[in-house]
Design a binder for this molecule. Structure first.
Ligand code: COI
Length: 366
């Protein structure tokens, strides 16, 4: 046991009374090929479910992973009142399981809920339920490079009603998927948005609202048809400022400085984003959180000072971008991405319990 890096945090906060656990009869794990997992398409044996009705969250339950039965009028189908989170659990070489900054996901979950008029979820239910779920499905978390368990907490309006107002019934769930990498291809070429927008001032861009993602599917499918894996979103007013890259926050390395757009009501307060900022500063890399224009990016490319562009997110961790396109012109980026690689490796080493954790980000499952 690698005791050096072992900082165990016990999640057993005020206990959830009588949490019902129904275990599966027979695990399906032996039918899964863990070497060829497509992201988010294979799920573990169990799920957590908790219903909100009569003004309060009921006792959470762990049940075998299974389909739900919902009324066709359930509010979420009609008005999209739903938000989610994305977290990962990692297993180290000693078989211990770790979460990365889960408190940040929990806080963001409730910030997103609040904006969508969804009742906030109790912290003890969240962590105790998650802890128990990861305990039951622990063999689904594989150690070794590239392996992790993607954890998806989600909440949606389940009230049977097409009235266009906040629902009075909700379902919270946590489902888990063993994953490897998010993108299967080796090249990430992006196009900078000139027509469509992801978020507007005063809107829900900062929240992990389901609809934020749905609204990206049409423009992203168009982009894919044109050979781009993602879109770099720009501000809705002028399309002059760079904001996010698909499901990721985005960093530009110009003249040895990392630049990323500041968080706002349009930008997701990415946990990987803020970890990368802290890690970079810790390593003495200059970081600027400031608005950055498409014009500045193109000028830096022309001047030869644009060194790297990369996205960050829970699913991808750190993902170097190979080229960007704007105004019909394509700009290739340097093949070498030393800063993205260094930051990614340092972050993964913390996540897999292979290095010191100077920021106290890692949490062990009990
Ligand atoms: C994340 O990376 O945090 C995500 O939420 C990605 C997800 C939409 C697949």
């Amino acid at each position: 046991m690698n005791l050096k890096f072992r900082k165990k945090i016990n999640f057993t906060r005020p206990t959830v009374n009588r949490m019902n656990i129904t275990e599966i009869q027979k695990s399906k794990i032996n039918s899964i090929d863990f070497d060829t997992l497509a992201f988010g398409q294979t799920f573990t044996d169990h799920m957590l479910i908790c219903r909100y009705r009569e003004g309060k969250w009921q006792t959470p339950e762990i049940i075998p992973y299974q389909p739900l039965t919902l009324d066709p009028s359930s509010s979420v189908f009609h008005y999209g009142q739903a938000i989610f989170e994305g977290m990962k659990a990692y297993k180290d070489d000693q078989g211990e399981t770790w979460l990365f900054r889960p408190e940040e996901n929990f806080k963001r979950f409730n910030r997103s809920s609040k904006r969508l008029q969804i009742p906030e979820f109790p912290e003890s239910y969240f962590f105790e339920g998650l802890n128990k779920l990861l305990y039951l499905d622990n063999q689904w978390i594989k150690s070794g490079e590239g392996n992790s368990l993607y954890i998806r907490p989600v909440v949606f309006a389940s009230q049977a009603s097409v009235q266009a107002s906040a629902a009075n019934e909700y379902i919270f769930m946590i489902i888990c998927a063993p994953v490897k990498s998010y993108y299967s291809g080796s090249e990430i070429n992006v196009v900078i948005a000139e027509e469509y927008s992801r978020a507007a001032n005063g809107g829900v861009g900062f929240a992990k609202a389901a609809g934020n993602y749905a609204a990206q599917f049409y423009p992203t499918t168009q982009a894919l048809k044109n050979g781009f894996q993602q879109i770099i979103w720009t501000d809705a007013d002028t399309h002059e400022y760079l904001e996010e890259a698909g499901t990721m926050n985005v960093f530009f390395r110009i003249n040895n400085t990392l630049i990323t757009t500041p968080t706002s009501d349009r930008i997701l307060d990415g946990i990987t984003r803020k970890s990368i900022i802290d890690l970079a500063k810790h390593k003495g890399i200059a970081v600027e959180e400031r608005p950055i224009k498409v014009a500045e990016l193109k000028e830096a490319h022309k001047a030869g000072t644009l060194q790297e562009v990369f996205g960050t997110g829970t699913a991808v961790v750190v993902l170097p971008i190979n080229s960007f396109s704007h105004g019909g012109e394509t700009f290739s980026l340097p093949k070498e991405t030393p800063v993205a690689n260094e930051l990614k490796n340092s972050l993964l080493a913390i996540q897999y319990n292979q290095s010191e954790d100077p920021f106290n980000w890692r949490r062990a499952i009990v």
